[in-house]
Design a protein around this ligand. Structure first.
Ligand code: MN
Length: 200
């Protein structure tokens, strides 16, 4: 059994305002993530998945045609926890040189990430991942997640409407701009990168 308390926000829910409101975080973490966790618990009860760690559930269910619902809910639990940890209010951040260099500069990184995130049709995610010794930007649809494909995530942006509608309504582009300019926890990105570079 998983519980929301295993996936706490690493900050107070009012601490990202005005870029991401307390109301958005209360719904997104306290309602949406909680529902994915509760649904996952119901789906895995009495199955082989019941005793597995979350990441193993995601990876095994990704290739199990009879476990689509388990995959969707488990992946969303992972994705949301990863997303929330990648946020921090910061008014004066710079893209780390090591990341910027992978894209030919920080403005190129910004442009490519925005274009990718804006281009997700319907619900999904934009990701910064580490692959072939370089940072790359990818998107996934619905609940899909890099960890189901052997990829190593550095940072996630949720572009499901529920992630931004209360604060930005239909203006996904404004939400992406705000994320890029004011909400990325680059320490989280650098910690992930350091882990991958040491072989984890
Ligand atoms: Mn979400």
């Amino acid at each position: 059994m998983f519980a929301l308390s295993q996936f706490p926000l690493p900050y107070d829910s009012d601490s990202l305002a005005p870029y991401m409101s307390e109301q958005t975080l209360d719904f997104h973490h306290g309602k949406h993530l909680a529902t994915y966790i509760n649904t996952l618990n119901d789906l895995i009860a009495g199955t082989d998945y019941e005793s597995m760690p979350l990441i193993e559930i995601v990876r095994k269910s990704a290739s199990d045609k009879n476990a689509t619902k388990i995959f969707n809910n488990a992946a969303q639990v992972f994705n949301h926890n990863f997303f929330f940890h990648g946020l921090r209010k910061n008014n004066s951040q710079n893209v780390p040189d090591e990341i910027a260099a992978c894209f030919g500069g920080s403005s190129e990184f910004r442009k490519k990430f925005k274009s990718a995130a804006a281009g997700v049709f319907g619900s999904g995610w934009a990701w910064l991942i580490w692959e072939n010794n370089t940072a790359q930007i990818i998107t996934t649809a619905n609940a899909d997640t890099p960890i189901a494909h052997g990829q190593k995530p550095l940072l996630a942006l949720d572009v499901w409407e529920h992630a931004y509608y209360l604060d930005y309504q239909n203006r996904r582009g404004d939400f992406i701009d705000t994320f890029l300019d004011n909400l990325i926890n680059w320490n989280f990105v650098q910690d992930n990168l350091a882990l991958y570079k040491t072989g984890n």
